[in-house]
Design a protein around this ligand. Structure first.
Ligand SMILES: Cc1cc2nc3c(=O)[nH]c(=O)nc-3n(C[C@H](O)[C@H](O)[C@H](O)COP(=O)(O)O)c2cc1C
Length: 413
């Protein structure tokens, strides 16, 4: 699989240090990054940092012997471009179509079918100046995605808008832009991971949930991203997120999770779903207060006056049983997780095999809460539908990712 190629342009702002964090994450995630910097940018961030992070020399000059046609080659090479930080000067130059340096020439030669993102970074007055405002409007009309800025303390001591977004937020925009390209044409390996707990509302401020942290899901997502797999991460509100860039969406209740799964799976072709989300087995049904029964959830807040209340819960149908039916890819593989509590090896095995049958999943990963060790050592048992008598074991989440990756993408059943 060829990696995604990103043309990363940097202009001369104090926020240039933030681009090092962004580039580092992109490279760790398997993306190929080529940096292009204005002369002023190199006063804020050194060529050694940029070359060290990307493994490629930073380009600045338009008239570089042997590289004269970079302004054309690079736009063809790149899947997308980002300019971060974008100074007032560069924004105004681009909006006037000036091509007297490599950043400007590359902009005029840019293929407008590919995403071009721009993250402004400047003092509030520069950001509010009519020249800058007009230029940003012009660039937006030319299909440039202008990212918002943060409000806050600026290097000049002023407070207000114009502060460049933090690296994580810029990465989210990059992933969204890439997601749009991929969903139309992708032959690459794609998996959907669900993680974290559902929140089932009782009233407008209270809900039922569980202790799922999303830790295994987030680490497993990182493990797949490191192996060049594209991950879509669907997570509970309190769940941890992967440290490496991927496309993610959050869910609240189990019905919200089901709706989002249906929407994602029917729209886009995934090779596998790894369903780690801890979905409530029971959801609030009715509330009994002073002999009066009310349906749940309530839209308003329940008062704290009644001395005693009763809440009844009803069984929640299992989402996992419907996952394959939502999928556009009828060959999709489904991996379920079975957490047991203080069970014997035999009981764990039986619970995993029962889940394989009940859910029509292709693999079940079993682990017992008693086997979780403080230094992130687990014992995962991996059972396959195609060979139930045999199972594999993993002791870390990364080891589990390695085994699942092999089973999904390298083993022919
Ligand atoms: C310390 C310092 C910080 C600066 N920070 C910014 C900034 O955040 N945003 C901006 O638009 N210009 C900033 N400037 C001004 C630009 O560096 C200047 O306009 C330069 O010509 C921009 O060149 P370029 O757009 O080709 O990179 C700063 C200048 C200095 C000396």
């Amino acid at each position: 699989m060829s990696s995604v190629k990103i043309l990363f342009k940097i202009s001369g702002s104090i926020a240039a240090y933030k681009c090092a964090a962004i580039i580092s994450k992109l490279v760790q995630s398997g993306f190929e990054v080529q940096t292009v910097a204005t002369e002023a940018a190199l006063r804020f961030i050194g060529p050694a940092t940029l070359e060290g992070l990307t493994g490629k020399p930073v380009l600045t000059q338009l008239f570089e012997p042997g590289q004269m046609m970079n302004h054309i080659h690079l736009v063809k090479w790149a899947d997308m471009t980002i300019l971060a930080p974008a100074t007032a000067n560069t924004i105004n130059r681009l909006a006037h179509g000036l091509a007297d340096d490599l950043v400007g020439a590359l902009f005029l030669a840019h293929d407008r079918n590919k995403p071009y993102l721009l993250a402004p970074a400047m003092n509030t007055n520069m950001y509010h100046h009519p020249a800058t405002k007009l230029s940003l409007e012009k660039l937006q009309n030319w299909d440039v995605t202008v990212l918002p800025t943060n409000q806050g303390y600026l290097a000049c001591g002023d407070e207000g808008p114009g502060k460049m977004l933090e690296p994580e937020a810029v990465i989210t925009y990059i992933m969204e832009a890439l997601e749009a390209i991929r969903s139309s044409s992708d032959q690459s390996r794609q998996i959907l991971i669900t993680a974290g707990g559902t929140q089932e509302n009782i009233d407008s401020v209270r809900f039922l949930s569980n202790i799922s942290t999303g830790h295994t899901g987030a680490s497993l997502a990182d493990s797949f991203i490191r192996r060049g797999v594209h991950v879509t991460y669907l997570h509970g509100m309190m769940a941890l997120k992967p440290t490496l860039p991927c496309y993610f969406q959050s869910f609240e209740s189990s019905s919200d999770l089901e709706a989002k799964l249906k929407q994602l799976l029917s729209k886009k072709r995934f090779d596998a779903v790894i369903h780690l989300a801890a979905v409530s087995d029971y959801i609030p049904d009715t509330l009994l207060v002073e002999k009066q029964t009310m349906p749940l959830p309530m839209n308003e807040k329940l008062t704290s006056n009644p001395k005693r209340i009763s809440i009844t819960l009803k069984r929640n149908p299992k989402i996992i049983k419907k996952i394959k039916s939502f999928s556009k890819n009828k060959q999709i593989k489904l991996i379920a997780f079975k957490m047991t509590a203080q069970s014997s090896a035999d009981q764990q095995r039986q619970a995993a095999l029962n889940l394989l049958e009940e859910t029509h999943s292709d693999m079940v990963v079993g682990n017992d809460i008693a086997d979780r060790k403080e230094n992130c050592q687990y014992i995962f048992q991996i059972y396959k539908r195609s060979s139930k008598s045999h199972h594999q074991s993993a002791r870390t989440v990364d080891n589990l990712g390695e085994i699942l990756n092999k089973e999904l993408f390298e083993t022919k059943d």
